[in-house]
Design a protein around this ligand. Sequence first.
Ligand SMILES: Nc1nc2c(ncn2[C@@H]2O[C@H](COP(=O)(O)OP(=O)(O)OP(=O)(O)O)[C@@H](O)[C@H]2O)c(=O)[nH]1
Length: 453
Amino acid sequence: MQPVEQGLADAVGGGPQARALGHLQAGPAPASADDADAACGRLRTGRGGPAGRARVHRGAPGAGATIRLLSAIRPVRVGAAPAAAAGGTHPTPASMFNFGKKKPPVPPDPAPKAAPAPARGGFSPEDLARAFDAHQEEKAAREAARAEARAAYAEPVAKSALARGFASLFTRNAKLDENLLDEIETALITADVGVAATTRIVDDLRTRMEAREFPDVAALVRALRGELLALLAPVAKPLRIDEEARPFVVLTIGVNGVGKTTTIGKLAHRFQREGRSLMLAAGDTFRAAAVEQLRVWGERNDVPVVAQGQDADPASVAFDALQSAKSRGTEILIADTAGRLHTQAGLMSELGKIRRVLGKIDPRAPHEVLMVIDGTTGQNALNQLRQFNQAAKVTGLVVTKLDGTAKGGVLFALAREFAIPIRFVGLGERIEDLREFDPEAFVDALLPESIGA
Ligand SMILES: Nc1nc2c(ncn2[C@@H]2O[C@H](COP(=O)(O)OP(=O)(O)OP(=O)(O)O)[C@@H](O)[C@H]2O)c(=O)[nH]1
């Protein structure tokens, strides 16, 4: 084991160093990973005092090996024992009552202590430099992933009505006045952001404008970006596969033609790339082409597909598929269902039946009820989600076709009204165009930072 790793293992696993320092308090957490980066910078350059002064949070996202390393060495600073503990000057309760009493003879100074031997697993400057470099690499990888997501969202989303509305609003010498707020309101409403979310955004901007918080239009644009992000951030919760569930069952639902079957293909591709074993259930027994679509996809990609043909009972297809996936130890089962209108009560209750039937085999299945929504639908998407949620308890959303004629605003309305996680967005028809939902990349594409500058 490398010295750095040994030190980390000691610190985390209670090795000699950790045990020796176990009584020490951890420093306060940094506000962000950037704080942690700054702490690492100080460590490297020697600015900001001793290494131990770096304030680092063990769990800071992405802070990685360096952060753990710094956590491990933090006690170097506090290792200088507090005065009281060393028999220092703080009056103890006993000494307060000893006034006037004969003092005991002062013992001679003990021999000066030898400098403590470096702890086993201590860190040399080379170790620290290596950890710093590892941290820098991690940071660079994070930034590259961000840039990649931004690029993927930029072009499709910039075509949306909302992005175009913002672009025309802020590139023609806008003035900071009530008129500008009216125009922002119109742009939001016409892009399907919805009345509730629009009112919240515009009212907040008005209050801040009246408080003279914005020196110029660029400041207002930054505030608007912040408002848009604040609406979306709570629903940006990626789909996490519960490794205990075998299989983890994803039931996909939605109205006709929204992109369910296509999304299943894209999802399956994603899971396959992660090296997971998969099975598909061709539960869209209403449309013969859908069963065929899945079968062909499965054959081409070496993924087993359970199907019973057209007009079979979709609950029975799902049941068979779950049994088969369970017996094979498959990691993920994705079940398709036929598209249905949220107003068709009989078909909506069929979704409840599929849920119940799956639950007979595994009481926690389906683990994810993924509703696919066509991003071009507009405000009607809210009615759809309301009804599907009632029938099948939706746990995640995929909003497709954001590359097409979507106005771009419906995500805000959905987020505000339901707070159901948006797992993915469809940014095109290619297999790699299903992207994990990234609110920052989405807002960047709608309203680039540069726009009001
Ligand atoms: N541009 C674009 N098209 C998409 C996207 N997702 C799906 N589509 C297209 O939408 C159309 C319908 O997709 P399907 O997957 O068949 O839809 P479905 O929901 O399974 O349809 P039903 O089985 O009839 O309910 C296809 O032409 C897809 O290529 C997307 O993100 N962007």
